[in-house]
Ligand binder design. Sequence first.
Ligand SMILES: [Zn+2]
Length: 253
Amino acid sequence: MNHLSGELVRRYARGDTEIPADQLWALETHLETCADCRKLLAENSDNLTELLAGVWANVQPDTEPAEHRRLSTWFATNALPWLGMTVLVAILATVLDMFAQVGPSLVLLLAPIAPVLGVAAAGARGLDPAYELISSTPRAGLYLVLRRTVSVLVVVIPVLVLAGLPGNVSPALWLLPCLAFSVGTLVLGGWLGMGRAAGGLAAVWALSVVGPSLVRDALPVVLQPVSLPFWGVVVVVGAVVLAVRADAYARLG
Ligand SMILES: [Zn+2]
């Protein structure tokens, strides 16, 4: 195994923002699996020394298999109940769609906010020992949260595709809104905290779109093809804000 160069570790320990993203990714992935390089990092960062020693002792007991260590950065254990709930709601929406036969599809109406609770749990402070890592390592926070967000979407999106099959709900209509709400949760979560951001977005969507659409029995304009460019812009702007504010995710609470 190639180890990290001392120069790179020193730059990382200083929170150097000039390290290219791919290099940073490789560095953090290596740190997850290599005790020697974590030791090197700890030696190079006074204030992190104690924290990291404690965190890694919790996250990676030596007896734990390597696959489990990797999983801990892809899945927050506290996101799993939310994912389970999301699947249940999707099944319920599918069943209701099949019986209702008319009006806007519940699957389509709920799809945009389906991932937000899982995304929030992925980045929220909880019982997750990796939270200590999120809050203490420069820039690591956003990458960890992004990876976990991707894991949530990898589960939620296929569930929604399947849920939409009986009612012929095209994923093209909800995929961009879904991504926009996920990115939006991360962006707002940087200011408000993940739980409040997700709850707020879900409530606003439910009150301003889901409720009125069911009452009027019509598909809202925001879920029609004409609105797709709008959602595209939201995703892009959100991604730019995330990139600019990456440091805020080092102290996510
Ligand atoms: Zn190493």
